[in-house]
Design a binder for this molecule. Structure first.
Ligand SMILES: [Zn+2]
Length: 563
């Protein structure tokens, strides 16, 4: 169950009406709420554990302590008794893409369909909620899994969708299936034998296109898929945020936000419809960064939205051999990957950010990509490398041994995604070879060198679920627990360290540690109620933690179904 809304009273009333909760909820909002739990892990070194926490109606923490002491201090408080459950600070994903996550939820998922009929049924079900005329977009079909292993046709879709354009990507992303309404948008006459470079238009015996477009031919249709309308973009953000809070997230660092997306966020924030806090990063050296320079760092008065960082790119990704390496890929001689920015471009952007007081967060995956970024940071920061700049490297997956200590030396934060390691571990060694792999996904080495780790998922590339991140960080194993003992187990984190990466250190990486990241007097009552204690269970059980509730500013933004 998910609860949307703004006021405390409404949220609580909604929660009561909609499901039976395992704890008593107050009938109406009062001045002080007293949360009582089996245990509260605060992530505050001065008081790591408590049994009870009082917060005011504005969501500020007033006090923590034992149940008896808190009840004596706040005898009139409304009781929020979560029974034996464990409370931890709200989890923060330090690198995700909220709109991308929401858009996935707005597109039909055809993966796993066993027949064309099943795919068509899913499309009909999904389209029932779509406004007329809007494109029906989807992905995941695979005719090799269907009873009749032939490419589908536009006619299959036209029977159900005569007017609305339909455009569906194949499971591998290398083919698209269109209906006639979508093909009608293509300006070129597709009958005959013409083929685009690097692509193929499927045709019948008479030379007429059948509706399937392969590789480069997909762009014939792709270019006509409209930009997101305002309503769709806002809905994508709302859906993305909803999915995040349902997994215990109370904050997200959105890695690459345009001015248009910021405006959508601002409208949601104005209406009180941001269920969690977003640290938005401007999307490169463009209009959003210019705005930060001209108008100053952005902070919404409600405390749920800020933009004070810029996201840059140094290189590509390892899977497609786009990550920039210092020497050749071990599985492809002569290929050292791709740098996506010149030193001049990085220098210009980082100098501008430095001048404007903007935090820099740069995507770097290969050892060359990481070196290029660290060198650029060193040039931009100069003598100020020791200042409180909190510049970050996003991913920091492969580091040359000589570069590894430089992050700590320059105060650079490593923003890393534990699930990337467990997704890549089966093939990363082939790309990198036995030496370089030693310093890949090197959470332990980095942490021990004094680098602060801000953890995240890079959703929707990986799941938004931070439990999977906690699990990967502590086991370095896949869902089945393989390899036994974990992959490069010396790089594992403890559950406490992983939790810290998803709470206090992620908060620090967003300049929010005075407000959130730990449960301390004066901070925001952002917390998660878990059925199990993540610091007590076996690491392999972390992926099965049950999220009973997610609270932001003391308000329930998600209440888990009770089974
Ligand atoms: Zn990303």
């Amino acid at each position: 169950m998910r609860i949307k809304g703004t006021t405390r009273t409404r949220l609580l009333a909604g929660a009561l009406a909609a499901c039976v909760l395992p704890w008593a909820l107050p009938a109406q909002a009062e001045e002080v709420t007293l949360l009582v739990a089996g245990r509260i892990h605060t992530m505050d070194a001065a008081r790591p554990r408590a049994q009870a926490m009082a917060f005011d109606s504005g969501g500020r923490i007033l006090a923590l302590g034992t149940r008896a002491a808190m009840q004596a201090q706040f005898p009139d408080a409304v009781l929020l008794d979560v029974g034996p459950a464990t409370v931890v600070p709200g989890l923060i994903d330090a690198h995700g893409h909220v709109a991308g996550l929401g858009l996935n939820a707005m597109r039909v998922d055809l993966a796993g369909t066993a027949s064309k009929e099943e795919a068509l049924q899913r499309l009909r079900d999904f389209a029932a909620d779509l406004p007329p005329g809007t494109w029906l977009l989807g992905r995941g079909w695979d005719q090799n899994r269907w009873a009749v292993k032939q490419f589908p046709t536009a006619g299959d879709l036209d029977a159900h969708f005569p007017d609305r354009p339909v455009w569906l990507r194949r499971v591998d992303g290398h083919a698209g299936w269109a209906n006639s309404a979508a093909m009608a948008r293509v300006e070129r006459d597709l009958t005959g034998a013409w083929e685009p470079d690097g692509g193929k238009v499927e045709r019948d015996a008479g030379g007429a296109p059948t509706g399937v477009f392969i590789d480069e031919a997909m762009s014939l249709v792709d270019v006509h898929v409209p930009e997101l309308e305002d309503g769709v973009a806002s809905r994508a953000l709302a859906l993305g945020m909803q999915a995040a809070v349902a997994h215990g997230l109370t904050g997200v660092h959105d890695a690459g936000v345009s001015l248009a997306t910021l405006a959508h966020y601002q409208r949601l924030a104005d209406r009180g419809e941001m269920p969690l806090r977003v640290h938005a990063m401007a999307d490169g050296d463009g209009a959003a960064l210019d705005r930060l320079c001209s108008d100053g760092l952005y902070q919404h008065p409600g405390g749920h939205l800020q933009m004070r960082a810029v996201k840059l790119f140094a290189d590509g990704a390892l899977g497609s051999r786009g990550a920039a390496l210092l020497t050749d890929y071990s599985d492809e001689a002569g290929n050292r990957g791709l740098l996506l920015a010149t030193n001049e471009q990085l220098d210009k952007a980082t100098a501008k950010a430095r001048r404007c007081g903007v935090q820099v967060a740069t995507h770097a995956i290969g050892d060359r990509g990481n070196r290029v970024v660290l060198d650029a940071y060193a040039r931009a920061l100069g003598k100020d490398a020791g200042s409180d700049h909190r510049w970050r490297v996003e991913h920091a997956q492969v580091l040359a041994p000589a570069d590894l200590p430089r992050l700590a030396q320059m105060g650079v934060i490593a923003s890393m995604q534990p699930t990337h390691a467990t997704s890549d571990m089966d093939w990363a060694g082939e790309r990198l070879g036995p030496q370089r792999i030693e310093h890949a996904y090197a959470w332990r080495e980095l942490r021990d060198s004094g680098t602060r780790l801000a953890l995240g998922s890079d959703f929707p590339v990986e799941s938004v679920d931070p439990r999977l991140g906690l699990y990967s960080a502590t086991t370095r194993a896949d869902a089945a627990g393989l390899p036994a003992g974990g992959w490069q187990p010396e790089e594992k984190l403890t559950a406490f360290e992983a939790l810290r990466g998803f709470t206090l250190d992620a908060a620090f990486a967003g300049f929010n540690e005075d407000e959130v990241g730990s449960l301390e007097v004066g901070k925001r009552a952002d917390f998660v109620v878990l059925a199990q204690d993540p610091l007590e269970v076996e690491p392999r059980q972390l992926r099965d933690l049950k999220v009973l509730g997610t609270y932001v500013d003391g308000d329930a933004v998600y209440i888990g179904a009770v089974d």
